[in-house]
Structure formats: C-alpha cells, structure tokens
Design a protein around this ligand. Structure first.
Ligand code: SAM
Length: 322
C-alpha cells in the first residue's frame, strides 16, 4: 500500500485542525466577559483545575526537564503554565494555533529576550529552527487532537529537538475513574458526533492509554523515558481534579539510523533485513524502508540465524526516522 500525503488543501473550518483554531479562538475572545467560562479565575485556563494545580504540575512533574534549557510550550492557551516555565528555563517559546490565545499568554507573561510567541499551523512546528529545543512541554492540548495530528507533531519534534531532547505528551486514560467519568459526560453531551467547528464539540477528547502512547513513540523513534500516571496521588487533596486520568509520557528522541556511526546492514538466509547498530539489531520490516534509508543489495552482508539471534533486539527501523 502506498502512503500518500494530501497536498494543497486550503485551510477551512471543515478542516478538523483549523476548526480547533476557530473554536479555541472564540473561547479566548469571549472568556473575560463570560463568567460561565472564566468561573471567576484570573488567567485563562485556571478554570480547569486552578492556579495551584498548574503550579504543582510544573514544580512536581515537569521540573526534572527544566533548568538551563530551551523549552517550547505547545498549546500555551492563556499562559497559566507559561509564566512558571519562563521562570525555570533559559528561553521559552510559547506556541499555539490560536493568535487570540497567544495574545492572552503575551499579556500574562510579558516580553523579553528570554521569551517568544509563535502561531503554529496546527500540524507542525513551523518557524522553529532545527535542533534548537531541549524540552517540549504540553498539557491539555494533544488529547484534543486526532492521534494522527499528535503523530505529525511527534515527527516534526524530531527535527526541532536537540539530541536526547524530550517531548511531553499528556494523555487521558479511559481506564481510570476520571477518564471513564469524562467519557460518560462527553457521550451524554454528544461531543463526538458534532461538526468539528461546533463550539459544543470544544474540549472533545481522544483517549490514549500508555501502550498506545508507546506505540506512537516507537513509530516515531522515541523511547519512553518516563511515564507518570499516579500524579496527583490518590491521597493528595488535589486528586479529585483529575481522579487518576492523567498520563504524562516523557518521550526521548532517539537517534535515527543515519545519526549512528558504523551501521552494518545484514540479510538472513530467509531474506530478512536488519541494521546492526550500537551492538543491537533493528529489523527493516519492509524492503521499502531499507530502500528509503539509502541502502542497496550491494551493502548487504549475509548473516546466519544463530549469529543474529545472539544480538539483542531493538526497535524496528521506522520509516519516519530516515
Ligand atoms: C484546553 S486548551 C489548554 C491550554 C493550556 N495548555 C492550559 O492547559 O491552560 C487547548 C489549547 O490548545 C490549542 N490548540 C488546539 N489545537 C492545536 C494545534 N493543532 N496546535 C497547537 N495548538 C492547538 C488551543 O488553541 C488551546 O489554546
């Protein structure tokens, strides 16, 4: 099967990506004047869990990835995390699909040489330089995107992350008390069958479990560096905010085959193809991926099954890492 990319499609509100831009921008424009949206909070986004909850995520969950590093916040919204991130990083890029959201973040976080505001197309990290970011922080954003859109960000994150860089994917686990409750509420509200640009569809969740997150990571050549799924703990006063539904997946960018020195490519008697790199074997599951990597039959060395089996197995070579 040939994988084709759609090209040249003009953005419209029928486009699920642009529909989110439209509905979140409307939310941002109306937020200050609508008590039913702002719930009396000071910063857009604090209505979802409160300011202390936001501060604790940064200080307790994201802290190991902050410090003397360059950080990009994906989907900064009104900036309730951004102000904390700015205090704890060398440089912060606040990025969002919505210019109205970015305006709110800018008003909350302010200007300076250590902070930048960037409107995204919603599919990738357009206008972010290659290998310029150490950590991509994102909370309550990617779970609103179709898994393929999460993957489009993951792939482009490979480009902007420095070697060993990490992207945080925050997901909601359906198999948790908070996840099941959320599912029920959205089912009753019928969010799933509304048009993408219907304001009542806003906040619709695509649930993702830890193993699904792991599968996406593997396809994009990331390792699961850390998974946090017990924060806040069940005896924490803040547990009811999420009731165990949050999964924080910290995915570390693994080098692509091209970035590893001394790679050998081998063929078994039954015609399976492998790359031997860093003392491990990685299978080319399809001939097409071997070809895309720039190898030819002339590069292949024969290997017998016994010798191959003695080499520890690593992730298959992904078409996306090449
Ligand atoms: C629920 S809000 C969360 C905002 C902030 N992270 C917070 O927790 O307060 C979701 C945000 O994601 C942004 N967003 C939606 N789709 C996006 C996309 N494809 N790319 C980047 N940002 C997107 C929206 O504009 C909105 O600001």
């Amino acid at each position: 099967m040939q994988l084709r990319k759609r090209r040249g499609s003009a953005p419209s509100t029928a486009d699920p990506v642009q529909a989110l831009n439209q509905t979140w921008s409307k939310y941002a424009r109306e937020w200050a004047d609508r008590p039913d949206l702002n719930l009396g909070t000071q910063v857009l986004g604090e209505e979802w869990g409160g300011p202390e909850f936001a501060a604790r995520i940064i200080h307790e969950v994201a802290a190991p990835y902050l410090g003397d590093v360059d950080v990009l916040e994906l989907g900064c919204g009104g900036g309730k995390f951004s102000a904390h991130l700015r205090e704890r990083t060398r440089h912060l890029t606040c990025a969002d699909i919505s210019s109205d959201m970015l305006a709110r973040t800018r008003a909350h976080v302010g200007e300076g040489p250590d902070v930048r505001y960037l409107q995204l197309t919603g599919r990738n990290f357009n206008d972010v330089a290659d290998a310029s970011i150490d950590f991509i922080y994102s909370y309550d954003v990617l779970l609103h995107l179709q898994p393929q859109n999460v993957f489009s960000y993951l792939l482009d994150a490979r480009r902007i992350l420095r070697p060993g860089g990490v992207i945080l994917i925050h997901a909601i686990n359906l198999a948790s008390p908070g996840g099941s409750y959320h599912f029920e509420v959205q089912f009753v509200q019928d969010t799933w069958s509304r048009p993408f640009d219907d304001p009542h569809r806003l906040g619709h969740i695509y649930y993702m479990s830890e193993d699904q997150l792991g599968a996406l990571a593997q396809l994009g050549r990331y390792s699961m560096h850390q998974v946090v799924k017990d924060w806040p703990a069940a005896d924490d006063p803040m547990w009811p905010v999420t009731s165990g539904r949050d999964i924080f997946g910290f995915l570390r960018r693994e080098p692509s085959l091209k970035e590893v020195e001394g790679v050998r490519v081998v063929k078994t008697p039954d015609e399976r193809l492998f790359a031997l790199a860093d003392g491990r074997r990685r299978e080319f599951k399809m001939r097409e991926i071997f070809d895309q990597a720039g190898y030819t039959d002339a590069d292949l060395e024969p290997i017998d099954a016994g010798e191959l089996d003695a080499i520890p197995e690593d992730q298959p070579v992904s078409r996306w890492e090449l």
